[in-house]
Design a protein. Structure first.
Length: 234
C-alpha cells in the first residue's frame, strides 16, 4: 500500500506501478477549477485521486482497459474520501467514447503507452500498458478533439520522441500545443519526459524546465514544491 497524505493506493494487481511520470502529471498539470475530468488509462487510479484532491468540485471518470487494474482502481477510489466523485470504467478509451458519445470534459489526462514501434515487453500486461503505435495516438487525438469542452485541455506525459510524434499529428485534428514542461533527472541533462497540453483553441505558448534531483538521491526544491501536498516524505 502506497500512502499519500490524503489517500492510499494499492497497486498489487497493476502491471504499471506508481511512477514519477504519473505523479508529476498529477501535480504539474495547470488548469483552473475543472468540473469534469477524464483519466485515460488510469491504472492504479493514482492520477485521478490526485486530481480529486486538487479540485474539490470535479467529477472524475477513469477508464482502464485491463480488468484487474480497473478493479484495483475501483477499490482505491472507494476507500478514499473522494469516492463520491470518482468512477472507473473497465473499457478502452475508444469503447468508452462509443458508449458515451456526448461526454465532454474540461480536462483529459493520460500517462499513455509510449514505446512507439519498439519491441513489445515480454510480460503481457506490461506490454499492454507500455506499448503503442502511431495509430493509438491518432485515435486518442481524434477523441480528445471531439470530447473537450470549448475551453478544455488535454495533458499528456510522454518521452520526447513520442511527444514529437504528437506534435507532428496535432494539426490533423485541429489541436494546438499550448504548454510544454520538459522533465530532466538533473540540471543540464537532456529531458527524458515532456508534459504537454493540447487544446482546441490557441493560447499563449509556455515552456518550462523541471528538474527532479539537485544531486544523487537529493530531490530538487521544484520536485518538493510540486509534490508537498501529496507525498508524506515532504
Amino acid at each position: 500500500m502506497f500512502q499519500f497524505k490524503q489517500f492510499s493506493v494499492d497497486q498489487t494487481n497493476c502491471a504499471m506501478k506508481i511512477n514519477t511520470d504519473g505523479v508529476l502529471l498529477g501535480a504539474l498539470t495547470q488548469i483552473k477549477a475543472p468540473q469534469s475530468i477524464l483519466d485515460i488509462g488510469t491504472g492504479t487510479g493514482v492520477i485521478a485521486l490526485m486530481f480529486a484532491q486538487r479540485f474539490a468540485d470535479a467529477q472524475i471518470d477513469a477508464v482502464e482497459i485491463d480488468q484487474s487494474a480497473a478493479d484495483t482502481a475501483s477499490q482505491n477510489f472507494s476507500r478514499s474520501k473522494f469516492s463520491d466523485r470518482l468512477k472507473v470504467f473497465a473499457l478502452g478509451f475508444e469503447q468508452f467514447f462509443k458508449a458515451y458519445p456526448d461526454n465532454k470534459y474540461d480536462l483529459i489526462i493520460s500517462n499513455p503507452p509510449f514505446y512507439i514501434n519498439s519491441l513489445h515487453s515480454p510480460e503481457e500486461k506490461k506490454q499492454l500498458a507500455k506499448h503503442a503505435d502511431e495509430n493509438f495516438f491518432k485515435e486518442i487525438l481524434s477523441d480528445v478533439a471531439n470530447h473537450l469542452t470549448a475551453n478544455g485541455s488535454c495533458w499528456l506525459v510522454l518521452p520526447p520522441a513520442t511527444a514529437q510524434l504528437v506534435r507532428n499529428l496535432v494539426n490533423e485534428y485541429e489541436l494546438y500545443i499550448n504548454d510544454v514542461i520538459t522533465i530532466s533527472s538533473f540540471k543540464g541533462k537532456d529531458p527524458h519526459r515532456e508534459i504537454i497540453s493540447l487544446s482546441n483553441v490557441v493560447d499563449v505558448f509556455t515552456k518550462q524546465e523541471f528538474v527532479i534531483y539537485d544531486s544523487q538521491g537529493v530531490h530538487s526544491e521544484q520536485y518538493k514544491n510540486a509534490l508537498i501536498d501529496f507525498f508524506t516524505i515532504f
